[in-house]
Design a protein around this ligand. Structure first.
Ligand code: SF4
Length: 225
């Protein structure tokens, strides 16, 4: 990773702070609750994820009850989030794995691991990919992992922070090594906001983007026109 690229990443971070401000973590769920919530969030929006999460919590006041419930009851409680036939078993399997391996329903032990070890442990659970693992580590355990969603993957490739052909999985480690850990939370949330509001998938609105002077895609676009 070149120093020039690290400098560019910091400049982008600073510009995003000027545009959207410093962000506090959106969630202070404990790690097990965050794990369940992020499994529910796959392929759906935040509103439906929250409705499914609240429905699950209302029906089962603690996670041990979810773990031991009949699969159909869990599926029925989370149906609104979609893909309930997959997500229900993944949630129950994850809860069983934590209990079986640790003797309790807690992920606090991850704090004693290195980031690669903690990621490897979490991604060993079916239904938990690199993004889910990094979200749990960053937002629930305050550990320096950088989650990459579809917006961050698209925007950071356009900006030229990661190679155009870098996979989403690879983007996690590339961006982690590019940015200082204390920037992860704000950078993550601000790039998502930029991706939703300005650097949209179908048509990036470069003409109003504050990152235009720092962006490879905008520079190429200008050369071509
Ligand atoms: S200048 Fe255009 S391509 Fe670059 S980040 Fe902004 S909107 Fe996206």
């Amino acid at each position: 990773m070149t120093i020039a690229l690290e400098k560019k990443a910091l400049e982008i971070h600073q510009e995003l702070l000027r545009t959207f401000g410093e962000q506090a973590p959106w969630s202070r769920l404990d790690p097990v609750s965050e794990l369940v919530s992020t499994i529910l969030s796959q392929n759906t929006n935040d509103q439906l994820r929250d409705q499914a999460y609240n429905s699950l919590r209302q029906r089962f006041p603690d996670w041990a009850l979810v773990r031991d419930a009949a699969p159909e009851e869990v599926i029925s409680a989370i149906r609104i989030a979609g893909l309930a036939q997959q997500k229900g078993p993944h949630i129950q399997e994850a809860l069983r794995r934590i209990s079986d391996e640790r003797g309790e329903l807690s992920l606090e032990f991850l704090r004693g691991m290195s980031i690669p070890e903690a990621k490897a442990w979490l991604t060993g659970i079916k239904g938990v990919g690199p993004k889910t693992a990094a979200i749990i580590l960053l937002f629930s355990l305050d550990m320096p992992a950088f989650p990459v969603d579809t917006h961050i993957h698209r925007v950071t490739r356009r900006l030229g922070l990661i190679p155009a052909r870098a996979s989403r999985e690879k983007a996690h480690e590339l961006l982690e090594s590019l940015l200082p850990p204390q920037t992860y939370c704000s950078f993550h949330l601000n790039v998502i906001r930029l991706g939703r509001e300005v650097c949209q998938a179908r048509r990036p609105r470069c003409e109003i983007c504050r990152l235009r002077a720092l962006c490879d895609f905008a520079a190429q676009d200008q050369q071509a026109s």
